[in-house]
Design a binder for this molecule. Structure first.
Ligand code: HEC
Length: 395
């Protein structure tokens, strides 16, 4: 029963999380575009920076942007904030449902560090809180007047955190946590900085005071970070489906590459939407392609993989010992009444049919067996890998 509940909880929360994230990222991309599409014309109201026309769903929209604020505050003002908050809240709930509920299966890898579920969950939550405080402190430090330097420090800190997570959690959870601390910084920016600062400006205007320009500047620095971090964070969030990403012994190097690739794509769109031409918008894509090829090449370099001699019977025995309790048409493991995801290894044909995913889950990564309950050793993984790569011969 608990498994059924967990499955449904996971599906519903994931559904909500993806919908919120689409709302958040969609609205933020829309406003980025809107900002760069504004044109200054004659006849605009006093204080207007520009206007923009667009067509959607059979109607025409005419949007005017006021640089600081209109003379009079409108009665109804839509704040775009719940898109961000709900993304974080559903994301954290998903972390709970997937990684905390079955911490011994997905969060902890005993070969990495033998943590109890309580310790692992505490570390996970602490890392989210601490990363926000450190990031916030960085943005308020004397470095803040040099945005490029702030960004460089942030980049190194994220890569270092990713390395740190690799020393503590399972490889899959390590990548996800890197994404989670970035996402926490991004929502923290909206919740603790951008919205409160905008409120101060609105209150000043309502009271007839001239708002201090510093609030806008602070919000700008934070929203620039959010802009460049959006694309990498999405990849980190979906990486859990791809052991090729997180299972690498130097997965933190790949995190660094993904950060640079994602940010470079954003640079292109920012410039393109701002109407730039020529070399200013020509260098990004070739660089992105080159770096992506580099990333793929790096992922295939696996100093931890050993080709070894094997006996087919020995390899099949390994599958029986470490996988069959769950992956059988009649699982004997107490958690499962049916084989997880319908994946069964009852016959040699079934094993061959799943050959590449088995390599991904149990050879390239230590994702399976779940939480390494059965204590599968590296030697056994090497034998299994060599056997599968040789086409899983029967003898
Ligand atoms: C304790 C139970 C358990 C054991 C033991 C176990 N698995 Fe799994 N396996 C699961 C669960 C649960 C899932 C579904 C995970 C998910 O939903 O992400 C899974 C999924 C898989 C998948 C499919 C992954 C995908 O996304 O398509 C493969 C392949 C797999 N396991 C291989 C193995 C191999 C190989 C072994 C033995 C070395 C093994 N498993 C041992 C529970 C187990």
């Amino acid at each position: 029963m608990e498994v059924v509940l967990q499955e449904w909880a996971s599906l519903f929360v994931r559904w909500a999380h993806i919908i919120s994230a689409i709302g958040w990222i969609g609205s933020s991309f829309y406003f980025m575009w809107l900002d760069s599409s504004l044109k200054k014309r004659k006849g605009l109201p006093e204080g207007a920076k520009g206007d923009s026309w667009s067509v959607h769903g059979g109607g025409f929209y005419h949007v005017v942007k006021y640089q600081v604020a209109p003379d009079e505050m409108p009665e109804a003002l839509k704040w775009f904030k719940w898109e961000s908050y709900s993304t974080w809240l559903t994301g954290f709930t998903m972390m709970f449902v997937t990684y905390y509920w079955s911490a011994s299966g997905l969060l902890i890898d005993r070969e990495v560090l033998d943590l109890t579920a309580g310790m692992a969950i505490t570390l996970s939550i602490l890392s989210l809180v601490a990363s926000w405080y450190l990031y916030d402190w960085l943005c308020k430090s004397p470095l803040r007047t040099k945005p490029v330097l702030v960004f460089a420090v942030l980049f190194v800190a994220i890569v270092a955190a990713s390395w740190g997570f690799q020393q503590v959690f399972s490889s899959r959870a390590a990548w996800l946590h890197t994404g989670a601390i970035i996402a926490t910084m991004m929502t923290g920016n909206v919740f603790f900085v951008i919205i409160p600062n905008t409120k101060i400006v609105v209150d000043d205007l309502k009271a007839g005071r001239t708002p201090d320009g510093k609030y806008g500047e602070i919000a700008k620095l934070r929203s620039t970070h959010n802009n460049y971090l959006t694309l990498p964070v999405i990849l980190m969030m979906i990486s859990n489906h791809y052991p090729i990403t997180y299972s690498h012994p130097y997965a933190w190097v790949m995190v660094a590459m993904v950060l640079v690739i994602g940010a470079t794509v954003r640079i292109f769109y920012n410039r393109h939407e701002a109407g730039m031409h020529g070399f200013a918008v020509q260098w990004q894509w070739p660089l992105v392609v080159a770096m992506s090829v580099g990333l793929i090449a790096f992922s295939t370099w696996r100093p931890d993989q050993n080709e070894v001699a094997f006996y087919p019977t020995e390899a099949m025995e390994i599958v029986m010992t470490h996988c069959a309790s769950c992956h059988s048409s009649t699982p004997t493991h107490e958690w499962f009444e049916e084989p997880p995801l319908g994946v069964t290894f009852d016959s040699l044909d079934q094993i061959r049919a799943h050959s590449s995913t088995i390599v991904a889950q149990a050879v390239l990564s230590t994702t399976m067996p779940m939480g390494n309950e059965t204590g599968m050793t590296q030697d056994e993984r090497d034998i299994l890998g060599s056997w599968l790569r040789a086409g899983a011969p029967a003898e």
